[in-house]
Design a protein around this ligand. Structure first.
Ligand code: CP3
Length: 352
């Protein structure tokens, strides 16, 4: 301690400001979750998943569990992308072993039930989690671990609302985007505006970075990708930059393929999440600094551990050396991952 000014800026914030910090800062998508026995214990105490997301004491505890175990450079708020539809008054439940279930949104009458006025009140317990985590990080890891807030990107949230559950192809959503652009556009507009409100509130509560998860961006062809992935992200980034110019935004247009270059350029994000399918060296050429890249180790390589994890990690680190970069996975940790493999991964990245 005793370090002032520059030296106190958290490594991940330096990387997202365009600095080639080395070894790179790291955190892992779904770093809080079922692979950790201490998560499973709290999850059992909370009852169902939504109850955990709206219990600030337990959600803050779960957010901090991986930080205590591994000392990551970022904590990510423990919540879910579908808590925004929940806050809009839209039915949501998590069926055990099945994932999220919602009423399928297929007509204007259902769209009209979404109530944006509910959002500020409904998200209050989530904001309280943000406040608690920030207080704890400031007290225990000053200058080290930053707090990331997040939301689902409008398209991915719309995917679950229109379909009513997860899917491989999201055919109902793509069909609606072509056949009924007014209805689909109406939904996207409500979600884009609500996302700006939601992320602004997380920043006010203490989030130092925000991330937009567009997990299903890759199901769209380029024309629809531009309209429903890039354009809403551009609007969200512009609104947040205007209000909070110092808070970086990480975009994650998963499976976006070659469109990630346009995404980075047009949206104005400070960080770009790479999924597992992207060659890191090619991505580095497609998306030059100062945009920081984030990713993209295959979660299954962490589950496997050993030489496979070491080789895959080494390849990513070699491609990213010398540019702004945040080490992460290319998608969330799988529940069957041995916690000691995560410890070994952290050791590999710290030794880069
Ligand atoms: O640690 C973190 O990354 C923070 C918390 C977080 C969760 N979900 C917790 C969660 C975050 C950032 C998310 C994002 C999320 N949620 C996404 C985008 C990222 C991605 O994975 O593509 C999506 C698509 C969802 C929707 C969702 N939530 C699904 C499809 C599921 C069921 C699948 C599963 O893993 O069970 C969830 C549930 C969920 N969200 C769990 C967790 C820890 C598991 C719930 C449990 O404990 O039973």
């Amino acid at each position: 301690m005793g370090d002032e000014g520059q030296g106190m800026t958290k490594p991940i914030l330096r990387a997202l400001a365009g600095e080639a910090v080395w070894p790179p800062p790291l955190w892992l998508m779904r770093q809080a979750g079922r692979y950790l026995p201490e998560y499973r214990a709290i999850r059992a105490e909370a009852g169902d998943f939504i109850s955990l997301c709206i219990n600030p004491k337990l959600a803050a505890e779960v957010t901090l569990q991986p930080i205590r175990r591994y000392g990551m450079d970022a904590a990510i708020l423990f919540s879910d992308i579908l808590m925004l539809p929940w806050a809009l008054g839209y039915g949501l439940r998590f069926a055990e072993g099945e994932g999220p279930v919602l009423p399928p949104l297929r007509d204007a009458a259902t769209l009209a039930t979404l109530d944006s006025a509910r959002v500020p009140g409904a998200i209050e317990p989530i904001l309280e989690t943000v406040r608690r985590v920030r207080v704890e990080l400031d007290a225990t890891r000053p200058g080290e671990t930053a707090l990331i807030g997040f939301a689902g990107a409008p398209f991915t949230v719309a995917c679950y609302m229109v379909e009513g559950h997860g899917s491989k192809e999201f055919g109902a959503v793509r069909g609606m985007a072509y056949r009924d652009p007014a209805l689909f556009g109406g939904l996207m507009d409500i979600l884009t505006k609500a996302t700006i409100v939601y992320l602004s509130a997380q920043i006010e509560a203490g989030a130092e970075v925000v991330m937009l998860f567009d997990s299903w961006a890759g199901v769209l062809p380029p024309l629809l990708f531009a309209a429903h992935v890039i354009e809403p992200a551009r609007q969200i980034v512009a609104a947040l930059r205007q209000r909070y110019p110092h808070v970086p935004v990480i975009g994650f247009p998963r499976l976006g393929g070659l469109s990630i270059a346009d995404y980075a350029r047009v949206t104005g994000v400070q960080g770009l999440g790479l999924d597992t399918t992207v060659d890191p060296a090619l991505a580095s050429a497609l998306v030059p600094g100062p945009v920081a890249l984030q990713g993209n180790l295959d979660p299954l390589a962490v589950e496997a551990g050993g030489p496979a994890m070491r080789e895959a990690t080494g390849k990513i680190l070699a491609a990213m050396r010398g540019r702004p970069f945040v080490f992460n996975l290319g998608h969330g940790i799988v529940p069957s991952t041995p916690p000691e493999n995560v410890a070994a991964l952290v050791g590999l990245v710290r030794a880069a």
